[in-house]
Unconditional design. Structure first.
Length: 691
């Protein structure tokens, strides 16, 4: 790995043998601290750091096998140039200089016409602040490329939280161990939030009651005391009915409401419209379950909600997050350090985003914003006054849009355009890489510097490279540095090393020497941050009514918004479909790790026997799942994990590993959520037929 434009080679930082502290880069609330054991320059084991309290020495099955991914026999180790038709997966080896010279030349030519015709596409293949949107953002800002609206995961829930609590803020995760009632809402914590689940189990052993709210009977739901198996997209109705019971039984903390909230009269009036019977009809659960949960929420102290992002991937996802976020203030749950709510803690981190990403390099330009959810449509658009220039080039890094973006039939057609110049920075030849003109081999977390925030705890983590880059792989940062040099960009920021950027990420707010010493640093946050109000909203209070939303012409109060594709509204597509992640995958990451794929075996569609029997479907049979957007062939699994009327298409498998080269996103839509412009993956109607 070279020293282009004065950057020292990574290998100079790497130990030949010993232990190296790092951080898990993947999209999980736990953001674990890692220890990599190195022998003669080879990483042979990755473990959890026992000195990091949230990690406590324990890793999930996926990341504990990280060396298998780093040294995978199909790992990309040299740049490749397309040698066959788009999508054929045919490539030839090429040198780095030849590849980067050609890429820079192509980008220069497009930028001379209109730099907005160049689109970056990235997301959370790494959650690192440096290898994610660090040097890449500097490059694209200087270029003046189109901006990407990075919405594919969490923006509806994040916006709902921001409009109510003031940001992605909440209780400290460690205090769930002291809670006496834990409501796990929209989360399969055993699979996707392992370290929280350990805290919940500690609370359970100490007498706490665990309640799970989820359309799927997950592994987590099975181990809770109660499971409310509601219909997809009905979470706001449930939250409003809980409020109804709090009001009618006067289970309210009137003092907390008076001092620390805004908009109570309006919310009270709305909640009174939602009796448990009305909500039960909408949610498809017994009214008594709602009454019992409301009683327990009001009378159990301390009580806490672990909310996750599954519930916000529907039309009304932002409103649902708002409604749920109101509940702790109504009962004064925030008064206790083991009470309140946690969706994401990421808003608590004082990241110096401007220092990292350098928006000043735009120099007053305001490029168009392209939503990553609608990439299927946007790659097929011609130039127009409304859209702007046709997309002529896409640079993909830290993402696999052909597999993960909705309505993937259109995404494939867009990436298959012969006139679209596509560059993919990757570890493996993914579905998206098959459509590239150039594939550039990227480093894994064991091979580079990075720095992290978390959305499940409040520690900053530093990642040091444990080994030198495998083969000819380069860091994302180095690729964009070298492209910047070829584009003639002379700003000093393009010569910043990765360690420089790690230091810039938090400025003086975090002790970098502590990060170097321990691998992590804990933010100084009160144990009960909202015990006395002080929410980071404009009013300083929990905003039941959002004046900011009202000024946009939106409803200032949370409400239930029915799904776009409402169950029972279509005689052709009578089944709702959700697509939760398979337990041993993380989005499309890890799908090609053989030991993990062997556990999952193959793509499946879970279907309840009430829906399977009338259709003549048995477990193991190949079925056709279809709607107006496309069709997907997959093996059925008749399972109690599905509720009647809802099928679960577990994802996200690479398309090329499916029965006919497709995956579940062939069926999902490009519609957007009510708030945050997010995706509606779980707002989808289908029919299922035996083959």
């Amino acid at each position: 790995m070279g020293g282009t434009i004065g950057i020292p080679p990574i290998v100079s930082f790497v130990k030949a043998s010993g232990e190296v502290r790092g951080a898990c880069p993947h999209d999980c609330p736990d953001t674990c601290a890692l220890v990599t054991s190195v022998r003669d320059g080879v990483a042979w084991k990755v473990q959890g750091n026992p000195g990091h309290r949230p990690t406590d020495g324990v890793l999930c099955t996926k990341v504990s096998r990280y060396t298998e991914r780093t040294y995978h026999p199909e790992r990309l180790l040299q740049p490749l140039r397309r040698s066959g038709p788009k999508g054929s997966g045919q490539f030839e080896a090429v040198g780095w200089d030849e590849a980067l010279d050609d890429i820079a030349g192509r980008l220069k030519a497009i930028a001379a016409r209109d730099s907005q015709a160049i689109l970056p596409y990235s997301y959370a293949g790494t959650m690192g602040l440096v290898q994610g949107e660090g040097m890449a953002a500097r490059f694209f800002n200087k270029l003046g490329a189109s901006l990407l609206d990075r919405t594919i995961c969490s923006t509806a829930g994040g916006e709902g939280l921001t409009q109510t609590l003031g940001g992605k803020v909440g209780m400290k995760v460690e205090f769930f161990a002291e809670s006496k009632l834990i409501v796990i809402w929209g989360s399969n914590s055993i699979a996707s939030n392992l370290h929280f689940w350990r805290l919940a189990q500690a609370a359970k052993r100490d007498g706490a009651r665990l309640v799970c709210i989820d359309p799927r009977r997950t592994e987590t739901a099975e181990k809770c005391h109660e499971h409310l198996q509601l219909r997809p997209g009905t979470d706001a109705a449930l939250a409003l009915a809980l409020m109804h019971e709090l009001v009618t039984n006067d289970w309210l903390d009137h003092d907390y409401i008076a001092q620390h909230t805004v908009g109570w009269d309006g919310l009270r009036e709305r909640a009174l419209r939602w009796s448990p019977e009305r909500a039960a009809e909408v949610c498809g659960i017994p009214a008594q379950q709602i009454r019992t949960l409301a009683h327990d929420w009001a009378t159990t102290k301390p009580a806490a909600i672990r909310l996750n992002y599954g519930m916000q991937r529907v039309r009304g996802g932002g409103n649902a997050a708002r409604a749920i976020a109101c509940l702790p203030a109504l009962t004064g749950a925030w008064r206790h350090r083991a009470g309140g709510l946690l969706l994401s803690s990421s808003g608590m981190f004082p990241v110096e985003k401007a220092a990292l990403q350098r928006p000043d390099l735009l120099a007053g330009r305001a490029p168009r914003m392209v939503n990553m959810i609608t990439v299927g449509d946007d790659l097929l658009r011609e130039s127009s006054p409304e859209f702007g220039p046709k997309v002529e080039a896409v640079i993909v890094y830290n993402s696999n849009p052909v597999a993960v973006a909705p309505e993937s039939g259109k995404v494939v057609r867009g990436f298959a355009r012969e006139d679209l110049f596509t560059v993919v920075l990757e570890h493996f030849q993914t579905d998206t890489a098959d459509y590239a003109d150039y594939i550039l081999p990227a480093t894994t977390q064991l091979e580079h510097w990075d720095i992290h925030l978390a959305y499940g705890h409040t520690d900053v983590l530093l990642n040091r490279p444990a080994i030198a880059p495998v083969g000819d792989a380069k860091t994302n940062t180095q690729v964009f540095r070298e492209l910047a040099a070829r584009m003639g960009y002379a700003e000093p920021c393009f010569a910043d090393s990765d360690e420089d950027m790690c230091r810039q990420a938090y400025g003086s707010t975090v002790d970098f020497d502590e990060l170097l010493d321990k691998g992590f640093a804990t933010l100084q946050i009160p144990d009960a941050p909202f015990a006395d109000g002080a929410f980071p909203t404009p009013s300083g209070k929990c905003e039941f009514f959002s004046e900011r939303l009202a000024r946009q012409g939106l409803d200032g109060l949370p409400d239930h918004l029915p799904n776009y594709e409402l169950a029972g509204s279509s005689k052709h597509y009578p089944l709702a479909m959700i697509s939760p992640p398979a337990r041993n995958f993380l989005n499309s990451t890890f799908v090609n790790v053989r030991s993990l794929r062997d556990i999952e075996a193959e793509p499946v569609l879970e279907i309840h026997e009430d829906d399977a029997l009338p259709r003549g479907i048995a477990s193991g049979a190949v079925v056709r799942v279809f709607n107006d957007r496309g069709e997907y062939r997959v093996k059925a699994k008749v399972s109690h994990r599905a509720r009647p009327g809802v099928v679960n298409g577990l994802g996200i498998w690479w398309r090329k590993l499916g029965l006919q080269g497709t995956n579940v996103n062939q069926l999902t839509s490009q519609k957007l959520t009510d708030l945050g412009r997010g995706p509606v993956f779980y707002d989808c109607l289908v029919e299922v037929r035996a083959e």
